[in-house]
Design a protein around this ligand. Structure first.
Ligand code: NZQ
Ligand code: ZN
Length: 391
């Protein structure tokens, strides 16, 4: 196991009706003038924004609204938010929604207190300082409610890139599983896929002797395999949604990723798809993961065989571990299909003739060196082959 520092100071408030504590929590973490930042309308329609604003008002806090965050959030609204925060002396940002609203809130939080262009952080600069951020989560998926990360698309060039810094870890996150009951089945399934991808990206490691985090990841994957189909079958199943919501947080606050190298090539490969085609990130991952894993499997076939046996119940073929490894990848693919996720480029709305564009942006876009690195280092030819496997 490698040396590590794990710093995760977010206060999680979990359960029914917890959104009504938003005002008290903002106050506890020092906010007085609050930007309420949300998406395209689901949180308005459900009455959630009204409830959250009422709770802010009850604590004597002043609030401002900025809605309209799109899935795969864009830079334009971030610039608008930064301007608004400066103009109104906002001192706390409350994201109400999913990963997109939370990531946009984090970008505004970092950009407001920074002299330069906020995009510097998405080109590799570490975020040292930001306004405090809190979240009210409405979809179990991205894990942004407990992560130090944010992913934004720069409209000039449509580069989808990530930024990081402990300063943007939420001060608090309110997780009420009942709020996810209004999700369309496709979004629920995309969330399940993303959570499983966060676990797999950590499982694919080159660090030996990481039994504790291996076992934690396996437990969370088993939970997703059990609870995923239950919630697809019955969207009102509160307990299944509760288990998925907490698994989604655990999958990405890095408690399962400490002390080990991680992959993230699949996420980078997928981000090009959601940047170009605006598909749901989880749906893109459902097509990407099996292709990447098939391509890189031989780098450490025993790792893929291990997850196949421990998580998917495959029989270990000691003479031919690659057979077991492949069986595990196939079970993962079939699982995604069974919950309603796409299986190919075409089902995602992606086009074969765009592969050179995708590969160029992936390997060279926004200053990249021609390769992407993770479990294995992939060059242009590798990435082309991987996109072709998705056809
Ligand atoms: O915009 P509204 O109207 O709210 O609709 C949203 C959106 O259309 C809808 N939705 C959310 N909660 C709902 C609901 N509809 C009905 N009822 C509810 N309770 O669902 C759609 C998707 O929302 P979004 O916030 O985009 O979903 P998600 O949480 O999957 O976030 C995806 C974004 O997070 C990034 C992805 O790349 C993508 O841009 N990621 C962020 C990470 C991080 N910050 O750590 C890590 C992830 O790997 C990921 O890359
Ligand atoms: Zn993800």
């Amino acid at each position: 196991m490698n040396n590590f520092t794990f710093y995760s100071p977010t206060c999680f408030v979990f359960g029914k009706d917890t959104e009504n504590q938003a005002g008290a929590l903002v106050k506890r973490f020092g906010g007085s003038r609050v930007l309420v930042h949300f998406g395209g309308g689901s949180a308005i329609r459900s009455g959630l924004i009204d409830r959250v604003e009422a709770s802010l008002k009850a604590e004597g806090l002043v609030s401002f609204r900025l809605g309209g965050v799109k899935p795969n959030p864009r830079s334009g609204l971030v610039y608008e938010g930064i301007e608004l925060c400066r103009k109104e002396n906002i001192d706390f940002i409350l994201a109400v929604g999913g990963g997109s609203s939370i990531d946009s809130a984090k970008a505004i939080a970092a950009g407001t207190v920074y002299d330069g262009d906020f995009w510097d952080f998405y080109s590799g600069k570490y975020i040292e300082e930001a306004l405090p951020v809190g979240t009210v989560l409405t979809i179990a998926a991205a894990g942004s409610e407990g992560s130090p990360d944010s992913v934004i698309t720069l409209e000039d060039g449509m580069f989808k890139r990530g930024a990081s810094g402990d300063a943007i870890r939420p001060k608090f996150s309110i997780l009420n599983p009942a709020l996810t009951q209004t999700l369309p089945p496709y979004q629920t399934a995309a969330g399940i896929t993303d959570i499983m991808a966060h676990l797999y990206e950590r499982y694919l490691t080159n660090t030996p002797e990481v039994e504790v985090t291996d076992r934690m990841i396996e437990a969370l994957l088993l939970t997703m395999i059990h609870e995923g189909p239950r919630v697809i079958e019955n969207p009102d199943n509160y307990d299944a949604r509760a288990n998925i919501m907490w698994a989604g947080m655990m999958a990405h606050n890095n408690s399962c990723g400490v002390g080990r190298s991680q992959d993230w090539n699949s996420h980078n490969i997928e981000h090009e798809l959601s940047a170009l085609y605006d598909c749901a990130h989880g749906a893109g991952l459902a097509v990407t993961l099996p292709a990447v894993f098939t391509y890189v499997m031989n780098h450490d076939v025993m790792r893929f065989a291990q997850v196949a046996v421990r998580v998917w119940g495959c029989q270990m073929d000691f003479a031919h571990p690659e057979v077991t490894a492949r069986e595990g990848i196939e079970k993962l693919r079939q699982f995604f299909i069974s919950i309603g996720m796409p299986r190919s480029f075409a089902e995602l709305g992606a086009k074969e003739e765009d592969i050179p564009t995708l590969v160029h942006s992936l390997c060279y876009g926004d200053g990249r060196p021609g390769t992407i690195s993770g479990f294995v280092t992939l060059n242009e030819e590798d990435c082309t082959n991987i996109y072709r496997l998705m056809l």
